[in-house]
Write a protein that binds this ligand. Sequence first.
Ligand SMILES: Nc1ncnc2c1ncn2[C@@H]1O[C@H](COP(=O)(O)OP(=O)(O)OP(=O)(O)O)[C@@H](O)[C@H]1O
Length: 260
Amino acid sequence: MTETVTPKIKMTGVRKAFGQKVVLDSFDLEVLPRESVVIIGGSGSGKSVSLKCVLGLLQPDEGVIEIDGVDVGKLSHSDREEVNSRIGMLFQNAALFDSLPVWENVAFGLIQGKQMARNTAKDIAIDKLAQVGLGADVAVLSPAELSGGMRKRVGLARAIAGDPDIIFFDEPTTGLDPIMGHMIDNLIVECVRNVGATALTITHDMPSARRISDRMAMLYKGKNIWQGPTANIDNSGNDYVDQFITGSAEGPITMEVFRP
Ligand SMILES: Nc1ncnc2c1ncn2[C@@H]1O[C@H](COP(=O)(O)OP(=O)(O)OP(=O)(O)O)[C@@H](O)[C@H]1O
C-alpha cells in the first residue's frame, strides 16, 4: 500500500486576472514537505502573482490553495495570520528597514509577531546572522551601511528567524554578481535544510534555479506547462522549457512587445 503524503502547498485550478488580463489560468502546483521547488518563467509570466496568491496578499478569482491540506481561502483572518506566521519570506530587494539596526530587522517578526522579549529575540537574531556568515559586529549596523550581498544575507537571516515551515524566495539572486549569487544559493540550501523547511522560489536565473531546487515548474501563459525533477530539466522534451533554459530568441515562446 502506498502512503499518500499531504502536500505542504497545493494550488489547484488557480485563476487570477487583472481586468482583461488573465495572469494565472487553471494554474496547478504541488510542493511536498521539505521539498525545494522553483517556479521558472519569463518576465511578467505571473510568478510573483502566484506567490502572492499563496501568501494571501492577492485573492484568486477561482481555484483552491491548500497549505498542509487546509483550504486557506476559507480561513478567518486570525487563522490566516497564524498560517502566515509559519512562513518566512526573502524579498527580492531584501526589504530591510533602514531605521532599525540589522539585528532588529532580523528579530522584527519575533518581537512584533510573536511578542518575544527583545533580549531573547536579539540572541536569536545574532545566532541566525551567524548561520548566514555575519558576525555580531554587523548586528548593530544600519542596513544602509551594507553591501547588496550582505543585505541579502540579512534578509535570509530574517526569513529563517522564526524557524518557519515554509520559506518563499522571491528572485533571491537578483542584483548580485555571479559569485555572490552562488554563495547565497549555497546558504539558501543550507538554511532550508537546517530549518527543515519547505521552499518555494521564483526566479528566472537558471544557474541559481538548478542549484537550489529539487523540482522545477515552468509557468507560461498562466499555466504550469512542465514540472519535473531538476535533474531532468535538460531532457524535458518540452520545447518551451528548452527555449527558456537556453535563452534562445527563437522558439515557441512569444513575448508581448509594444510596437507603436
Ligand atoms: N496588482 C496588480 N494589478 C494589475 N496587474 C498586475 C498586478 N500584479 C501583477 N500584475 C500583472 O500581472 C502580470 C504578471 O506579473 P508578475 O509580477 O507576477 O510577473 P513575474 O513573472 O513575477 O515577472 P518578473 O520576472 O518580471 O518579476 C504582469 O503583466 C503584471 O503587470
